[in-house]
Each structure stands twice: as C-alpha cells, then as structure tokens.
Design a protein around this ligand. Structure first.
Ligand code: COA
Length: 257
C-alpha cells in the first residue's frame, strides 16, 4: 500500500511505515494494509527476518486520532476498528520468523503496540515511548496489552498504562521495553537480522511458536502440537545439513525445509 513500503535485501525484509508528516500515525487503512503485508511475509520461505521501522524521524505516533470521530465513535465502527488493530497485531506477533522494531523518535500508543508485537526492540537516543490511552479515555487493545505485559511484566505495564507518561530510551531500556540502544538502529537491526537469517529457520519458528504460547499462559498447547513442531524441524533437510556442516566443520546453508 502507498503508506507502507516493503523492500527486500536477500533474506531480510524491511517494512517502512511511510507517513512521516504525521509521525507515521496509523490510519485504519494502514492497520489493514500492515496486517496483509505480514500475512504475505509469513508465507515467504526465502524471507527469514523482518525489520519494522518508520520513515522520517519517528517510528509511529500511534493510531490516527483525526479518524476517531468518524471511524471510532459508535459501537459498530469501534468493533470494526478494534478488529483491524487486533488482526494487525496478531499478524506481526505470530509471523513465523523473527521481527525487530527499529525505533527512532516517537513510539506512542499503537506505535508501542506495533513495537511490542515484534520479537525485539532497538532504540536510538531520540526514541521516546509511551501509551497515552488514559489521556484519551481509551482502553488499550487486548492483544497490545497482552504483548506489553509479556515484554515488561505486570508492574511496568501498569505504570505505563496508568501514568500515561513519556519515557526516554534509557527508561524504556531499564524496563525491558528496549533490548538495546544504538546510534544507528537500522544498522544494528541488520546485524541482528543477518545473524538470525543464517540460523536454522525451522528451529527459530518452532521456538517462537512455543515461547509465544507459553508467554500467553497457553500451557494447553498439546503435546501433539509441540511434538509436530519438533518433528517438522528434526525430519527436515536443514537438520541433515546442520549435522553434516557440524561434522565437516563448515557453516551450514539452511533452506527452510
Ligand atoms: N494521529 C494523527 N496525527 C498525528 C498523530 C496521531 N496519533 N500524532 C501526530 N500527528 C500529526 C499531527 O497532527 C501533526 O500533523 P499536522 O502537521 O498536519 O497538524 C504532525 O503529526 C506533527 O505533529 P505535531 O504535534 O505538530 O508534532 P510535535 O513534535 O509537536 O508532537 C507528538 C508530536 C507525537 C508528541 C504529538 O503529535 C502527539 O502527542 N500526538 C498524539 C500521540 C498519541 O496520543 N498517540 C496515541 C493515539 S491513541
């Protein structure tokens, strides 16, 4: 879609929110478009890692408040809007490859929701985080709240949501919201992505499915489901390649099958 770009550099996809004049505030169409992009990337076996960032100086200043009067004001359209946000967050959270949010500037409200849907968050000195939902009488979405909780824990999640304060990158790092601070977040994201893209994708996808399920408290993931993930990786061509490379003392070349 025109407000979101996707570029590919070998196994690394870079998804760019491209509405810099509005600090990449997410319109309803952007929530829907971003969901579709992540659903498509999920199917691409040659893409191994996805980096999400914002064009211009900010990552994302949240949902587009200017649309709220028209698109988020009745029981009916509130439901449609929230479903679009939840679908987008779910598409990012559950994509079968690692995701990195490279955060500069504002990362607010729904922008924090996008960042916490990713597996990792890197921030530079300009990055500012916060969820000002309580300033607008909004209950933050369930999927976004769940991800926030699993990233920062209960006391920090309450502090962020109840106080609605803005945090700098050091505070966000102390809370575990930011994994690492870098001068150039895209360069560091590419470095992390390169490392992960060279490892066995079925191994990472299986670990991600298990960790996400356990983080949701989903102990109900059946032995059959987890067994299927383990079998899928252990009966793969990549598993044979991994063992052969180990025996031959060389770097394995994984094919995601
Ligand atoms: N929705 C729609 N537009 C937004 C936006 C949002 N969430 N956040 C920023 N913008 C737009 C502003 O309306 C402005 O557009 P304009 O030039 O056409 O008026 C542009 O981005 C620049 O923002 P501005 O406020 O002039 O810049 P600033 O540096 O002084 O402040 C923010 C930036 C992000 C701190 C401030 O815009 C803000 O508080 N935005 C709302 C953040 C928010 O509450 N997000 C959660 C939504 S649920």
């Amino acid at each position: 879609m025109d407000r979101i770009n996707v570029t590919h550099n070998g196994p690394i996809a870079l998804v760019t929110l491209n509405r810099p004049q509005q600090n990449n505030a997410m319109s309803l169409a952007m929530w829907q478009g971003l969901a579709t992009i992540f659903q498509e990337l999920n199917k691409k076996t040659d893409t191994r890692v996805v980096i999400l960032h914002g064009a211009g100086t900010s990552f994302c200043a949240g949902a587009d408040i200017s649309e709220f009067g028209k698109l988020r004001s009745s029981p009916e359209n509130l439901g449609v809007y929230q479903r679009a946000v939840d679908d987008c967050i779910e598409a990012i959270t559950s994509i079968n490859k690692p995701t990195i949010a490279a955060v500069t500037g504002y990362c607010l409200g729904g922008g924090c929701g996008l960042a916490t849907a990713c597996d990792f968050r890197l921030g530079d000195k300009s990055a500012q985080f916060g969820i000002p939902a309580a300033k607008l009488s909004i209950v933050y979405g369930a999927s976004e709240t769940e991800n926030l909780l699993s990233v920062v824990g209960l006391p920090n999640a309450k502090r962020i949501l109840f106080m609605a304060e803005r945090m700098d990158v050091d505070q966000a790092h102390d809370m575990g919201l930011v994994d690492e601070i870098a001068d150039d977040v895209i360069a560091l994201a590419n470095q992390w992505a390169t490392t992960m893209s060279e490892l066995a994708p079925l191994s990472i996808a299986g670990a991600k499915t298990l960790l996400n399920a356990f983080a949701k408290g989903d102990r109900g993931l059946s032995a059959e489901d987890s067994g299927a993930l383990i079998r899928h990786a252990s009966l793969s061509e990549d598993y044979t390649e991994g063992r052969a490379a180990y025996a031959e003392k060389r770097t394995p070349i994984f094919k995601n099958r």
